[in-house]
Design a protein around this ligand. Structure first.
Ligand code: GCU
Length: 360
């Protein structure tokens, strides 16, 4: 099925440099810089240079029956006369050095329908939650929030890159915390924030696990060969032009001219762990395209002597969870959402990573 699908979608082999197939880790590590450059240069835009924030903490009274410690973290960035503050929430199991989920979240409040705080804590994980609109609003205003501090505005980058910029700064902060096991931080995002989590991890290699939920078009699913009902570049740049670098819109309807496809973004995460989550009824996100992307990206893991997606060549059935390799994919029942069922899969993989670490 897979070979036919790749041919049908006309996806070229992008593990090639100057006409020569990449065959080892060293060649890939050289080549991956060019691949990343293409993604930033053509699609998401380059991230602005990091500004060192000043940090203020505020302890919250809510502690989940005494199980947790909750601190709001205020990052203040200054440039010239302008200053902007971004707020994030650090919720850690009390009295333990904990592995953490860095959750790029839609909603301000915690817990919320996408973020089951207590269940996550009870599974032994802390949470660093960043509400994406605290960074900059999800619209075309490039004077809003952090964007106001960066030169070039929408000419230079899209908002996904800015959310991603802040996620990396959150990781910088986690590395300073004694109560955080900063070697074990997973990043998670759903939908547009799944795209953000994936981009972040492609750029920043400090995440031990990347959970990319229902990210679809311009996230984990390949852009070539979409069918009716799948979101295409044309659709996404029409509704959300400001998520991307402006020129990316030129690829609408011309997917075959892209010098990459989305599976190469996935491959930039190798050899670390990543899971691509899909929901059966989320046709918009193109689950076949996400599965294919995992299959194609697996080559990067193989170059490190690791297994990418372990599968039998067929699109998985609903309910099948293919997370035995470092690159995982699953398809659950239901619609576009970051549900408890998704969290269970991510948590269980994270637990497995930690258990393996102890054994090694
Ligand atoms: C829209 C958009 C998707 C995106 C989704 C979301 O449906 O077209 O690309 O993933 O919103 O973020 O919820």
């Amino acid at each position: 099925m897979i070979k036919r699908e790749i041919e049908k979608r006309q996806i070229p082999d992008f593990f090639v440099n100057d006409g020569k197939k990449i065959t080892n880790k060293e060649e890939w590590e050289e080549h991956r810089k060019r691949v990343l450059d293409l993604f930033l240069g053509e699609e998401y835009g380059y991230l602005p240079p990091k500004i060192e924030p000043s940090i203020r903490l505020e302890e919250q009274a809510i502690n989940f029956a005494g199980k947790a410690k909750w601190e709001s973290v205020f990052f203040t960035f200054k440039k010239g006369t302008k200053r902007r503050t971004v707020r994030a929430e650090l919720i850690l199991p009390r009295g333990k050095k904990s592995p953490v989920f860095l959750a790029i979240d839609f909603l301000k409040e915690s817990p919320n329908k996408y973020l089951p705080v207590e269940e996550i804590l009870d599974s032994g994980f802390g949470i660093f939650k960043l509400c994406y609109e605290s960074v900059t609003r999800d619209n075309g205003d490039f004077e809003n929030g952090l964007c106001a501090l960066f030169e070039g505005g929408k000419e230079k980058y899209g908002k996904i890159a800015i959310w991603s910029y802040m996620a990396s700064i959150c990781m910088d902060y986690l590395m300073t915390r004694e109560d955080v096991d900063s070697k074990n931080v997973a990043i998670i995002g759903h939908s547009r924030l799944g795209k953000t989590a994936l981009l972040t991890s492609a750029i920043d290699n400090r995440f031990v696990l990347t959970c990319v939920n229902d990210s679809g078009c311009c996230g984990a699913s390949v852009s070539r060969g979409k069918v009716d009902g799948n979101e295409k570049i044309y659709d996404i740049v029409k509704t959300f032009p400001y998520w991307f670098k402006r020129e990316y819109a030129l690829y609408a309807g011309k997917e075959n001219t892209l010098p990459f496809d989305q599976h190469m973004l996935l491959s930039l995460v190798a050899p670390r762990n990543v899971i691509i989550g899909g929901a059966k009824e989320d046709v918009w996100a193109d689950n076949e395209g996400q599965f294919l992307s995992c299959h194609l990206a697996s080559y990067a893991w193989e170059l490190y002597g690791k297994s990418g997606l372990i599968h039998d060549g067929k699109m998985p059935e609903v309910g099948e969870v293919l997370t035995a390799g470092e690159l995982g994919f699953y398809l659950r029942e239901g619609t576009h959402f970051l549900s408890r069922d998704d969290w269970k899969i991510y948590i269980s993989k994270f637990r497995e990573i930690l258990d393996n670490e102890i054994r090694e």
